[in-house]
Write a protein that binds this ligand. Structure first.
Ligand code: ADP
Ligand code: ADP
Ligand code: ZN
Length: 216
């Protein structure tokens, strides 16, 4: 099973991708997470990507596609992939077709999380994560059960992304509108797009996605 989660910044892609890995033994392939790891490790890719990410613009297609290719190469053939935040341009969509073909994989579903743009800024500026395990939280919509303690691992340190500020968010939304939304028709022609309401409770969104990937 290979699925793409598509939607603007803050739509809930990371939150949902993480839950699917827990429920279905699939692997989350987030180019954003890979790039942040590269920035932290100060690899050549990370050094090149940092300023672009801080501005909210898109990193080059070649860089992100190479990251995805390397991850799939390292993964067992029988492990399903959830693409989170990739592809984001028409060129990446084309590169993904080539990469999947090379690894004998085919796309099963593209799930578009539909959200109200006004809600996104609130979601993003309230987003934080566990510094230890990466679990995602939100100040008001999804705080840890016990304040200051991660539900998943008991960690007590949390962090916020440097690009989760209002100004950068606007640039990221623009990038989505201009470069990412236009790739949907490519997949619509293949009949594999399903739209899911991303404005509901986190659990309800998960249920809706699960009914697409594993219909009862
Ligand atoms: P969000 O959670 O807001 O959707 P991500 O974590 O997916 O954001 O990405 C953060 C940043 O990393 C993006 O703003 C962009 O600079 C870079 N990035 C991530 N994925 C890609 C991609 N597929 N193509 C180009 N740039 C990317
Ligand atoms: P993306 O990966 O698409 O950028 P995230 O999964 O990181 O989005 O979610 C952005 C923020 O919104 C996080 O703080 C997360 O806890 C919160 N969030 C995710 N899904 C929902 C939802 N259905 N309702 C309310 N808040 C949500
Ligand atoms: Zn944790």
């Amino acid at each position: 099973m290979n699925i793409i989660l598509l939607g603007p910044p803050g739509a809930g892609k990371g939150t949902q991708a993480h839950r699917l890995t827990e429920h279905h033994g699939m692997r989350q392939l987030s180019t954003g997470d890979m790039l942040r790891a590269a920035v932290k490790a100060q690899t050549p890719v990370g050094i090149k990507a940092k300023e672009v990410m801080d501005r909210g613009e898109l990193v080059s297609d070649e860089i992100v596609s190479a990251l995805i290719d390397a991850e799939l190469e390292a993964m067992g053939d029988d492990v399903g992939a959830i693409f989170d935040g990739y592809p984001r341009t028409a060129a990446q969509a084309e590169q993904l077709d080539g990469i999947l073909g090379k690894h004998n994989r085919a796309l099963d579903h593209v799930i578009e999380l539909e959200v109200d743009v006004d809600a996104l800024v609130k979601r993003i500026t309230g987003r934080f994560s566990c510094a230890n395990c990466g679990a995602l939280y939100h100040n008001t919509a999804n705080p840890p059960e016990k304040e200051g303690v991660c539900d998943q691992c008991g960690g007590t340190e949390f962090k916020r992304r440097p690009d989760d500020n209002e100004e950068t968010v606007r640039t990221r939304m623009d990038e989505y509108r201009r470069k990412t939304a236009p790739i949907l028709p490519i997949y619509e022609e293949r009949g594999i797009v399903t739209r899911v309401d991303g404005m509901g409770e986190i659990d309800d969104v998960t249920t809706a996605i699960e009914s697409v990937i594993a219909p009862a």
